[in-house]
Design a protein around this ligand. Structure first.
Ligand SMILES: [Zn+2]
Ligand SMILES: [Zn+2]
Length: 148
């Protein structure tokens, strides 16, 4: 599902295990990254119809930050769906978990290894430390993108 704030498709584990506050009476539709960012900047729940205040050092804030920190160790780059700009070449939008993003050229015969090479050039993430996710599944070096 896509986060209602950043509009990025995220995996289930990139959402909080429960709402920011017990008093929140809305579904948890904002990703952890947006929640933590909002708390750091405004000390409040990011949900548009909520806005209840949340302390930067509250237990929930610390828990959410800990979850994010753990995910960050597991993989540095997540990969959002293909963007078709027409013609023979397509571009793939790559969004890293650190929030940086870039667009890399994609061609049908490209391998995951070549894609990781492009990400390494653009975002400076070592190939070996990248984990590319597409629709929640990890893409391994042996698959050719044509079949993804
Ligand atoms: Zn978000
Ligand atoms: Zn709320």
């Amino acid at each position: 599902m896509a986060c209602i704030i950043c509009q990025i498709e995220k995996l289930r584990n990139e959402y909080p295990p429960h709402n920011v506050l017990e008093d929140c009476d809305h579904p948890s539709l904002t990703c952890l990254r947006c929640i933590v960012k909002n708390i750091d900047e405004k000390e409040s729940c990011p949900h548009p119809s909520c806005g209840l205040s949340v302390g930067k050092h509250s237990k929930t804030t610390l828990l959410f930050k800990a979850i994010l920190a753990k995910q960050f160790k597991e993989y540095e780059s997540a990969y959002t769906p293909l963007v078709d700009i027409g013609g023979n070449n397509q571009y793939i939008n790559i969004t890293g978990l650190t929030g940086d993003s870039t667009t890399v050229l994609f061609y049908p015969s490209m391998t995951i290894d070549q894609l990781k090479g492009q990400i390494q050039q653009k975002l400076n993430h070592e190939k070996g430390r990248q984990k590319l996710l597409y629709e929640g599944k990890e893409m391994t070096a042996s698959i050719n993108l044509t079949y993804v």
